[in-house]
Write a protein that binds this ligand. Structure first.
Ligand SMILES: Nc1ncnc2c1ncn2[C@@H]1O[C@H](COP(=O)(O)OP(=O)(O)OP(=O)(O)O)[C@@H](O)[C@H]1O
Ligand SMILES: [Mg+2]
Length: 253
């Protein structure tokens, strides 16, 4: 299974994707988590300590070999075996999760990260997911779809809160994901509070979108955030983590 999380800034992509990765690992999956944000935070949500954050080297274009094809275009392949790339660039996270980090915007004026996006696209394509789960946490910008780095995922989950701009972002990204040919595009309602529990469901109904899960507003997630720890470790039985277990059940059938 290959699943990506997208949505408006702050909607909860990293919290939900990182916890999804921990739940999948807990259920016995061999998980590869990819932090696709140039401001990477997925390691914290997976439960990595601060001193590990800067390890794991970025996924750059030198990992790709680009050749011309017979229609005047180009085709990218990996410059070395996938296993070698993973062992050289990943770090081991709690739950036995393999964490890959797309890159870090470390220097002002260092230019765009399109080469990192290209490397992520080909790496996702090349991973054999017959015995693995791949979880991709995306940045808020739609670049992952305009640069097609998420082209080869099987599920695109659009994390949305119950307010107009968040839902509109989900609607725009739904179209981009559908244009990319991603077979399953669904919405995850997040930070759901009493009184707004129908807002996302009604928006999905009006637009013909699949609502795959509803995750409550979870005070324990704020507590985990203050501690710089994983929600999965701080409150494994909280309603928020249990709702993400429900999401994993939907994904894995
Ligand atoms: N279900 C929830 N209940 C309560 N707080 C939540 C929930 N989900 C996420 N949060 C909180 O919302 C904030 C933003 O979450 P997170 O960093 O996961 O969002 P994001 O979409 O990845 O943000 P960015 O666009 O910056 O990458 C964090 O403080 C997080 O703890
Ligand atoms: Mg994030």
């Amino acid at each position: 299974m290959k699943v990506a999380f997208a949505g408006k800034g702050g909607s909860g992509k990293t919290t939900v994707s990182g916890t999804t990765a921990r739940v999948l690992a807990d259920e016995g999956f061999d998980v590869i988590a990819i932090d696709g944000d140039a401001n990477p935070n997925l390691g914290t949500t997976l439960g990595l300590p601060r001193e590990s954050f800067d390890s794991g080297s970025p996924l750059t274009r030198d990992l790709l070999r680009v050749n011309g094809d017979n229609r005047g275009g180009s085709v990218s392949t990996l410059a070395k075996p996938l296993e070698e790339i993973i062992s050289e660039h990943s770090i081991l996270a709690p739950g036995g999760i393999t964490l890959l980090t797309m890159g870090r915007a470390e220097q002002a004026g260092s230019g765009c990260m399109c080469s990192n996006h290209a490397a992520v696209r080909v790496i996702i394509r090349e991973i054999d997911d017959s015995d693995k789960a791949v979880v991709l946490d995306m940045e808020a910008s739609p670049e992952h779809m305009t640069r097609a780095s998420t082209e080869h995922v099987e599920h695109m989950l659009l994390v949305a809160e119950a307010y107009f701009k968040s839902l509109e972002t989900a609607r725009r990204y739904h179209r981009l994901a559908t244009d990319l040919g991603i077979p399953n595009v669904s919405v995850v309602a997040n930070k759901v509070q009493p009184g707004d529990d129908n807002v996302v469901a009604e928006y999905c109904k009006a637009h013909g979108f699949d609502l795959i899960a509803s995750i409550p507003n979870e005070p324990k997630f704020a507590e985990a955030e203050r501690l710089g720890a994983a929600p999965f470790d701080v409150a494994p039985e909280s309603p928020g983590v249990l709702a993400i277990r429900g999401l994993v059940k939907e994904l894995t059938g």
